[in-house]
Write a protein that binds this ligand. Structure first.
Ligand SMILES: [Zn+2]
Length: 413
């Protein structure tokens, strides 16, 4: 097929939680880091600030990525469990309800002793729960990383409007799952789903408490992983794929399963990469290689780096500065000449001073042919505020990039 020369490619680099507030010596980590390559991209590009959801709204990583990838989260967010299950390569069909799950330890009065039991994880324990059937609903269960698992309910008349079983604190009793809305006949699905969840949690205790893996754990003086706690119910529905919405094939390169899950949900190809962990020890070199390679088949590549967010959550200013400098040297330096539009931004701010996500807008730069260079010479939160992009929202980015790439749709004639 003849390639349309008017079309260009684009690379979107999202450094998770990159945005920050001024702290040590009045600087943000981005200002303090050594970033010659990011600064070069800013100098040759158009810069601005981005409210990922809208001003002051604190984004979760999941809703933030939907928005930046062009899907209004108020319309398309299915609930976190769906991304967890897709990221774990589980099959989902319309109407399935998915949860995030944890191995935990409870005493015989169902009081939680450890919310995250068995950090090494256990495929054997997960296998003992996979395939159970409750009220004509099939239960698919898998261990993802460490104590984390994903669960999918497959059956008729299920709903994601049910509460979490996980209380998020040790010492309390396991909560019962309850329906979150009980209006007219609508409540039936919710009640049914809550009953299935409660029965599953009860059975998980019966099956896991006496499982040989846990007997061995007790023998070694370790806490047994003897119950499953569920949270983040999500209801799967198919959404129009990125190719359908924007016209180009898209690939995702990410280590952590959430981002792979979001990408799958949007019909992107998730490229498997060796040595990517979603942590600071991730192999940036392999990520770059995978991104460059992905352009052979795709016109749009989304590249995700997680560790900047983790440093923010840890309140580790120096760690965040070092990670940013590493990204600059090991990653940005090598994508500069990729021959595509390059957009670099964050999914939200995770300021080290508050150790959580915040509503502060994030810096964004777009570099490539024809962009209106704006005289900004440094990639950081403060410099970006004077840039030519002004202040945009997350959902604005894909239309802007599509237009640069030549995949525009005119409004009117
Ligand atoms: Zn995030």
């Amino acid at each position: 097929m003849k390639k349309n020369k008017a079309k260009a490619k684009a690379l979107l680099l999202i450094c998770d939680g990159l945005g920050d507030r001024p702290s040590i010596e009045g600087k943000t980590p981005l200002q303090a880091a050594n970033t010659p390559y990011l600064d070069e991209i800013s100098k040759e590009g158009i810069n601005g600030l981005m409210d990922v959801i809208s001003p002051g709204i604190v984004p979760g990583s999941d809703t933030a990525h939907l928005a930046i990838l062009g899907y209004d989260p108020y319309k398309y967010y299915p609930g976190r469990g769906v991304f967890e299950a897709l990221g774990a390569d589980m099959e989902l069909c319309e109407g399935d309800v998915a949860f995030r799950a944890n191995f935990a330890t409870v005493d015989d009065k169902m009081r939680i002793i450890d919310r995250r039991a068995g950090r090494k994880g256990s495929k054997d324990l997960a296998e003992a729960l996979n395939g159970l059937e409750i009220d004509h609903t099939k239960i698919m269960f898998t261990n993802t990383t460490e104590h984390r698992c994903a669960l999918v309910l497959k059956g008729e008349n299920l709903s994601n409007a049910v509460s979490d079983v996980d209380t998020h604190e040790a010492g309390s009793e396991v909560k019962k799952c309850v329906p979150l809305k009980l209006e007219l006949e609508e409540g039936e699905k919710e009640l049914k789903t809550a009953n299935i969840v409660n029965e599953f949690v009860r059975q998980s205790y019966d099956i896991l408490n006496e499982h040989p893996v846990n007997k061995e754990r007790r023998r070694r003086g370790e806490l047994p992983a003897n119950i499953i706690l569920l949270r983040g119910a999500g209801s799967y529905e198919e959404v129009p794929a990125m190719k359908e919405r924007f016209g180009f094939g898209a690939a995702c390169i990410a280590g952590a399963s959430l981002y792979k899950g979001v990408a799958k949900y949007l019909g992107m190809d998730v490229v498997p990469v060796e040595g990517v962990t979603g942590r600071a020890d991730t192999n940036l070199n392999n990520k770059v290689e995978a991104a460059l390679h992905a352009f052979e088949k795709h016109d749009f590549v989304f590249l995700h780096v997680k560790a900047t967010d983790s440093m923010g959550h840890d309140g580790d200013f120096e760690g965040k500065v070092d990670m940013i400098s590493r990204i600059d040297k090991e990653l940005v330096a090598r994508i500069m000449d990729v021959g595509a539009y390059i957009a670099i931004t964050a999914d939200h701010s995770t300021p080290v001073s508050i150790k959580r996500h915040s509503g502060d807008p994030v810096p964004i730069v777009i570099n490539g042919e024809g962009v209106r260079k704006d005289g900004i010479t440094k990639f950081d939160e403060i410099s970006a505020a004077s840039g030519g992009l002004g202040r945009i929202r997350g959902v604005d980015l894909m239309p802007i990039l599509s237009d640069f790439m030549g995949y525009y749709k005119m409004f009117g004639t």
